[in-house]
Design a binder for this molecule. Structure first.
Ligand code: PHE
Length: 453
């Protein structure tokens, strides 16, 4: 603790406040990146958009756009030492940039309101699995829809949001950092155990080759855009998260190395998730391209047919719940940091107010699931789907664009804060100035339905 305090005093900056230790920061940032995106979304979009060829595209997007933008967000946070809005104002001297930053804060707040619902599903399923109740049913699609018809998802959503609040209430180092230091090693152990289990299933090879042998004929422009959008989501970009975490990083820490560690961690995690999910679905003859239900519908069927299935199923959903919580923690911290600075409230009061509001805003999403409240489904989508659509496809690419343009064109001190020189610096700036904005704009126009491919 003493070491941290003196480090934060030395690092100075405007708000010489709370700081991560250097390993704590890397773990917390990996925790934010690794989440339901890797284990729930990544497998089903890979299933839908072409298996290995899609995975390759995702890796390329992560390298050429994801990593440069991640470094940019971290540098803005550490340079500005504020929340995702005030950091931009301090570095630019203009309120307008702060307004753009505020959109990313709202994005994080809204994403949390429905991300917590999916996180809640994983907890419910972990419980069902350990108690053996999951496998009492034969029809997993029906089980999932009955669950959503009930009010249970609202209960779990409440629990996830307030559990997250409870963790960050304790602050950056005693709360966020400590929590990630416990959970991430647990996550790695679970991941390895489950990957070994999946790969040792008889006939696992077919699933592995679907995931790793590219068939380029399956690729389309659409898969490229989905891959890019997912690279953003998966690295927690465009939502103020990495800017907020960046503000708690010590001046002496290398942001370049941190970027590589987070990108690498996220990629390895997605890779191992693929090695768990595809062999399991293929061995049991299930469809890998069935969409969002893949994890909640196909995998229970697979686990039920496997020896010790309720143990492995339970572990799998615990893994998902852990991964989700390390991400919800980073999402809640974004609006909490803003509220603390804007209203000068204590951390505890800020957390309580933001978490309560987030639960309220999330209620329509939770209630729109299943057949509970029919008017919450309109325009062919439930309220939940609308929130996901607007955040993932509009707010997130817009937030990404703001950061790229800001760091690429407006902020003179970017190179110094990022600690890059020579070739690395030139490449980084080139990506931020030309490649990333162009690609992000394409994703945005495509996702918003303005261009069709
Ligand atoms: N990166 C997280 C995941 O993959 C989701 C997330 C997005 C978290 C944006 C924070 C901000 O699940």
């Amino acid at each position: 603790m003493k070491k941290n305090q003196s480090a934060s005093l030395q690092s100075g900056g405007k708000g010489a406040g709370e700081r991560f230790s250097s390993s704590g920061f890397i773990l917390a940032a990996i925790g934010s990146a690794v989440g339901l995106g890797n284990m729930w979304k990544f497998p089903y979009i890979t299933g839908q958009y072409g298996g290995a060829a899609f995975f390759l595209l995702f890796v390329i997007c992560l390298l050429i756009v994801g990593l440069p933008v991640l470094l940019a967000e971290l540098a803005v946070g550490r340079g500005g030492r504020g929340n995702a809005s005030t950091s931009l104002i301090r570095l630019s001297g203009h309120k307008l940039w702060g307004g753009f930053g505020f959109i990313t804060i709202l994005g994080a707040f809204v994403i949390l309101s429905f991300y917590a619902i999916v996180a809640g599903w994983t907890m419910h399923y972990a419980m069902l699995s350990f108690t053996g109740k999951l496998f009492a049913s034969e029809d997993y699609a029906m089980l999932f829809s009955h669950f959503n018809d009930s009010w249970l998802p609202v209960f779990w959503q409440f629990l996830v949001i307030f559990l997250t609040g409870f963790i960050i209430m304790r602050g950056v180092s005693a709360g966020i950092e400590k929590f990630n230091k416990v959970l991430i090693p647990g996550l790695v152990i679970l991941l390895v155990v489950l990957a070994i289990r999946a790969l040792s299933l008889e006939g696992a090879g077919e699933g592995v080759s679907f995931f790793l042998k590219p068939d380029f004929s399956k690729l389309s422009a659409e898969s490229a855009l989905v891959a890019l959008g997912h690279a953003f989501f998966s690295l927690s970009l465009g939502m103020g998260t990495m800017m907020t975490y960046g503000a708690y990083v010590d001046k002496r820490q290398s942001l370049g190395l941190a970027t590589l560690a987070v990108g690498g961690g996220d990629l390895i995690y997605a890779f191992l998730a693929g090695l768990i999910i595809f062999p399991t679905t293929f061995v049991f003859g299930l469809e890998a391209s069935q969409g969002p239900g893949l994890v909640f519908v196909a995998l229970p069927a697979a686990f039920s047919a496997m020896p010790f299935g309720s143990l492995f199923g339970g572990l799998f959903f615990v893994l998902l719940a852990f991964a989700a919580l390390t991400s919800t923690v980073s999402l809640l911290e974004v609006p909490v940091a803003f509220v603390r600075e804007a209203f000068k409230w204590s951390r505890g009061v800020s957390v309580f107010v933001v978490a309560s509001l987030c639960f309220l805003i999330g209620l329509p999403s939770a209630m729109s699931l299943g057949n509970k409240v029919s008017w919450l489904t309109f325009g062919g989508k439930s309220f939940f789907d609308w929130m996901d659509f607007v955040c993932s496809n509009i707010v997130l690419p817009m937030g990404g664009l703001v950061v790229t343009l800001f760091v690429g064109y407006a902020w003179k001190g970017a190179a110094k804060e990022a600690g890059l020189r020579g070739w690395w610096l030139q490449t980084w700036l080139f990506m931020l100035r030309y490649v990333a904005p162009l690609l992000v704009l394409l994703v945005f126009l495509y996702s918003a339905g303005i261009i069709k491919l």
